[in-house]
Design a protein around this ligand. Structure first.
Ligand SMILES: *Cc1c(COP(=O)(O)O)cnc(C)c1O
Length: 365
């Protein structure tokens, strides 16, 4: 299947942002987007990169009523000499298909998915900002478009990809977050959808986030739904703790989103000689470690920030400082290592980086 490209007329193209310090996240999108349609019995058809435009949906399009909507998030990075890289995109493709399966949506052809990302990012490469830590965010999405009321898997879908420039996450250096332990609300239950990137998970997380921000905290630390005891994730990121000399993260047991960054942190930490343990860890164990002084660091991991240090923990009306509220050495080390691999500034021992636009001076072969 050939992806058609219909370019926006030059006169209709948007002005590119001039101040890279004001890019922020998720506010600016480029001149084109990719989309492909699906119909039961016909499969995927009409893949096209075309001028960015609003979608047209019937008011009864099923995604609007029953929540069949999934998405992904990854980035394109501008390296030296105008080279452009993706970081482990195959992982996002596979994860999106897992999400699709869980929500009874059609699987996307992996080759078309990859080709669409490469072609769209290459077409829009002049939109990728230049500053340190800036990048182009890629948002693949799938929605149910069948016009019908009544709960059943839809028979028509739209898959699309939009891209846009995003700013550096830490333009002024790290700023450790304040984490609020939610005891009343949960993110994911056993047998639910916590391990897939389904839009419904985020709608149900908003209420607890609002409580946390109203109280002056940055993010929610989610506990398991069954016992309200074990730590699962923080906000929309995975969570890591350094206790003593071990880096600990909860295991992927069905309620935790398998983050690509989480996996990269685990593999890279092992490679760097840090002891990594995937095991259940209770909030009580963390509080005890904080009291004893063995809780050295805590940080979140995700595509947006890579690593986001946590400086404070709120639990049961008490606050616990972590590493004096400052960024820990392990968090900083892992952040720098992953960032340098992503931008092509360092060798890539795991083969994670994919070059999609060659550097100007790069030699072939
Ligand atoms: C996307 C996401 C993550 C992080 O995944 P990455 O692949 O590392 O970006 C973690 N938790 C939740 C709930 C997420 O939605």
């Amino acid at each position: 299947m050939e992806i058609k490209i219909k370019k926006a007329p030059l006169a209709k193209r948007k002005a590119k942002p001039t101040d890279e310090s004001k890019l922020g996240f998720g506010k600016i999108f480029t001149d084109h987007f990719f989309n492909i349609k699906y119909k039961e019995g016909k499969g995927w058809y009409d893949p096209i990169i075309e001028p960015y435009r609003p979608l047209q949906l019937d008011p009864t399009a099923m995604c609007l009523h029953y929540g069949q909507e999934i998405f992904e998030g990854l980035k394109a990075y501008r390296g030296k000499d105008a080279a452009v890289y993706l970081f482990r995109p195959q992982e996002n493709i596979k994860r999106m298909n897992k999400s699709a399966e869980r929500l009874c949506m059609p699987l996307m052809d992996e080759a078309i998915f990859m080709e669409a990302m490469k072609k769209l990012v290459t077409l829009e490469k002049d939109w990728i900002p230049h500053g340190a830590g800036t990048s182009m965010y890629i948002r693949p999405t799938m929605i149910a478009t069948e016009k019908a009321l009544g709960v059943h898997p839809a028979n028509e879908y739209l898959f699309f990809i939009v891209v846009g420039p995003v700013g550096a996450y830490y333009p002024q250096g790290f700023s450790p977050t304040k984490m609020y332990v939610s005891e009343e609300y949960v993110r994911a239950t056993r047998g639910g959808t916590g391990n897939v990137k389904a839009a419904i998970n985020y709608a149900t997380s908003l209420y607890a986030s609002r409580i946390a921000t109203n109280k002056g905290y940055t993010q929610v630390l989610w506990l398991d739904a069954a016992e309200n005891k074990y730590v699962e994730e923080v906000g929309t990121s995975n969570i890591f703790f350094v206790i003593g000399d071990k880096l600990i993260t909860p295991p992927l047991a069905g309620t935790i989103l398998p983050g690509v960054t989480r996996d990269s942190v685990i593999k890279l930490a092992g490679y760097l000689g840090i002891k990594v343990v995937e095991r259940r860890i209770s909030i009580q164990e963390i509080i005890q470690a904080a009291k004893k002084g063995t809780l050295k660091e805590a940080f979140a991991s995700g595509t947006a920030a890579i690593v986001s240090p946590v400086g404070l923990l709120y639990f049961h009306d008490k606050e616990y400082l972590i590493n004096g509220g400052k960024t820990g050495k392990i968090a900083e080390k892992l952040y720098n290592e992953i960032l340098q691999i992503q931008y092509g500034l360092k060798e890539d021992p795991f083969g994670w980086r994919i070059q999609i636009v060659p550097g100007k001076k790069a030699k072939k072969g």
